[in-house]
Structure formats: structure tokens, C-alpha cells
Design a protein around this ligand. Structure first.
Ligand SMILES: [Cu+2]
Length: 234
């Protein structure tokens, strides 16, 4: 009896807090996406010489049609008025290879976002937030990084480069640290959550948003699954 009890304690020992884990899937018809044609700018094309052609990342799927680039956040249920320290480290958005990486990301309100241009070509960064101030800044080859700060929390908004029309990224500005983005295997984990009832929201740049409510235990994971399909044509 004693042996069984000790085993159970050891197994549960590594988990000290609650978390939300889960997977996002794509249920629709999978379109044939052509690789990006960067021939318009030799500096961009050069980056891929002898390498795989750059994929169109509008739909990033893994085995079994798991869905990447889904922004997952705690949308409700956190204690009212609680403030969370803002990281001193900047978030980073690079334009390396004439693509924004990461394509989908979150920054904290008040956190610096460093935007890098290592490409030796002209990019311009056209950010279109609604609650924060929009901007459109040229980054010629000699401007290798700029820093911006968004002060107001808001949902995903686009960054585009008007020089390279295929370049797009989506940014959310968050008031708390409980958010993440799915990898191509569709999985996500939001760790270190206090026990409670939460609304978890998942957003894809083209496939919209979904919400689910769940109870996070004091120790262990609550599971969420999100299934996206193409909005029906009207
Ligand atoms: Cu560009």
C-alpha cells in the first residue's frame, strides 16, 4: 500500500501548476498552395538559391492536418486588475529571406518589439493596428533594425511589406502572459495558470476565432481542441 502511494506522488511531482494544453486541426479541403515567387527582387530570391522554395504560409499544416500559426490566448477568467510584469527583453520580428518570422505572434503591451532587416534590400513595415498607432516605415538596407512599442492590448492585426506583396505577419498585443502560437503539429501549452474557469480563444488569420470554456485544476492540464474549417462561400 505504501509503495503504491509513493509511486503516485513521484509521477505527479513534476507538475506544480495548472495549464491548458491542446491541439488545433484543419477540417476543410486542403488547397494547393504554390511556393512564393520572389523573382521580383533578386535579393530575396538569392536567399533561397539551392534551397527549398519558400512556402506560402497562409495555411501551415502538419501530419493529420494539424494546424499551425493559431494564436491561442486566455480571453477571460484571469483575476480582475492583476498586473503582470512586462518582459525587458524585446520580442523580435525578422524579415530574413523576405518573409516575416514569426508569421503570427504576440507581444505584451508596453514591451519593445524589435523589427530586423538582415536582407540587404528595402523592406517597408506597414503595421495596421486599430487601438494602437498605425505606422508605415521604410527600412532600406542600411536600417537593420527598428524598435516599436504598442501600448494598448488588441487582437491580431497585420504587418505588411508594400515592396514585397507576399510578406505578411499578424501581431496581438496582450495585457498578460497567457498566450502562445501553435506549431505545425497543432499543439499548444499555456503553462503556470492558477486554478480556475477560463475562456480559451484560438484565432487563425483566415479561418476566424473559436472559444471554449474549461476548468484548469490546481495541478495538471485541462485539454482543449480547436477544429477550423474554411468559412462557407456566400
Ligand atoms: Cu519586404
Amino acid at each position: 500500500m505504501r509503495y503504491v502511494l509513493i509511486t503516485a506522488l513521484l509521477i505527479s511531482a513534476p507538475v506544480f501548476a495548472g495549464e491548458v494544453t491542446g491541439t488545433a486541426f484543419y477540417d476543410g479541403t486542403v488547397p494547393q498552395l504554390k511556393p512564393l515567387d520572389m523573382g521580383a527582387d533578386p535579393k530575396c530570391a538569392e536567399h533561397y538559391a539551392g534551397k527549398e522554395e519558400p512556402a506560402n504560409e497562409v495555411l501551415v499544416l502538419g501530419e493529420g492536418n494539424t494546424l499551425g500559426n493559431v494564436f491561442v490566448e486566455i480571453a477571460a477568467g484571469l483575476p480582475e486588475g492583476k498586473e503582470y510584469p512586462v518582459p525587458e527583453e524585446p520580442a523580435v520580428l525578422t524579415q530574413s529571406g523576405c518573409k516575416y518570422t514569426p508569421r503570427v505572434f504576440g507581444v505584451r503591451a508596453g514591451q519593445k518589439l524589435r523589427i530586423e532587416n538582415p536582407d540587404g534590400t528595402l523592406h517597408n513595415v506597414n503595421a495596421a493596428p486599430v487601438k494602437n498607432t498605425a505606422f508605415n516605415r521604410g527600412m532600406p538596407p542600411n536600417v537593420t533594425d527598428i524598435e516599436v512599442v504598442f501600448d494598448q492590448p488588441e487582437g491580431l492585426f497585420p504587418f505588411r511589406c508594400n515592396v514585397h506583396t507576399w510578406m505578411v505577419a499578424y501581431c496581438a498585443v496582450m495585457s498578460h502572459p497567457y498566450f502562445t502560437v501553435t506549431g505545425s503539429d497543432g499543439t499548444f501549452t499555456i503553462p503556470d495558470l492558477p486554478a480556475g474557469k477560463y475562456t480559451v480563444k484560438a484565432t487563425h488569420e483566415r479561418l476566424g476565432s473559436q472559444e471554449t470554456e474549461l476548468d484548469v485544476p490546481e495541478s495538471g492540464a485541462a485539454q482543449a481542441e480547436f477544429r477550423f474549417s474554411r468559412p462557407s462561400a456566400k
